[in-house]
Write a protein that binds this ligand. Structure first.
Ligand code: GRF
Length: 193
């Protein structure tokens, strides 16, 4: 049986595109749906190349259980948050324990939590004079960026790196590792059954 992934994103969608490309030729994994809370999100345009259509939802269906209900019906093996900004409700976590994962553009627990997303993270890293940063892939729990870690990768920062340079270094790491980590998780789940 094919493994089923659901992707959720709020913005640009470079990770979503990269994940779609990674699994495009994989006969054992299928991206069943891509959801966004933002009808203007760049991610929507990136999907056409893969024959996928993004589904836009609003705050109401996200919070009142309707969206969760339709996702339950798809019976996904993994729900992947790839730049998704809304907080996942406790009902989602109860229904999909250890099946919702997120990627964060820093070495958590540093630079995580509310307000720490996108450029804010890289600016804070720069302001604090860090000499390394990285990415964290983690399970999602009720608190922003607090779930158990699955994977981290690091990259050096030099003195001259601007927040933009730091962002592109992190983005490169994300693209390199995120699809592989997803693939590994799907295979692990297989062995557990
Ligand atoms: C990534 O940096 C990811 O770590 C964070 O949101 C960003 C999404 O980037 N959660 P993109 O939309 O995939 O380009």
């Amino acid at each position: 049986m094919k493994k089923k992934i659901i992707l959720m994103a709020s913005g640009n969608g470079s990770n979503v595109e990269n994940i779609c490309r990674f699994f495009e030729q994989n006969s054992e994994v299928s991206i069943v749906s891509v959801y966004t809370n933002n009808s203007k999100a760049g991610v929507l345009k990136r999907l056409t190349a893969f024959g996928l259509k993004g589904l836009v939802f609003n705050k109401e269906s996200f919070s009142n259980g309707k969206l969760l209900q339709s996702i339950e019906q798809l019976n996904p093996d993994l729900i992947v948050l790839a730049g998704f900004l809304w907080k996942i409700g406790a009902d989602w976590i109860r229904f999909f324990p250890k099946k919702i994962i997120n990627i964060h553009p820093s070495l958590l627990p540093k630079y995580g939590g509310k307000g720490m997303y996108g450029a804010n993270v890289h600016k804070a890293v720069k302001e604090n004079g860090e000499n390394e940063t990285g990415v964290t892939i983690h399970y999602v729990n009720e608190e922003y960026d607090k779930g158990d870690f699955i994977f981290q990768a690091r990259v050096k920062i030099t003195e001259n790196d601007t927040p933009n340079v730091i962002a592109s270094k992190v983005s490169e790491l994300e693209h390199l590792h995120f699809p592989k980590v997803i693939n590994t998780l799907l295979k692990q789940n297989d062995n557990e059954v």
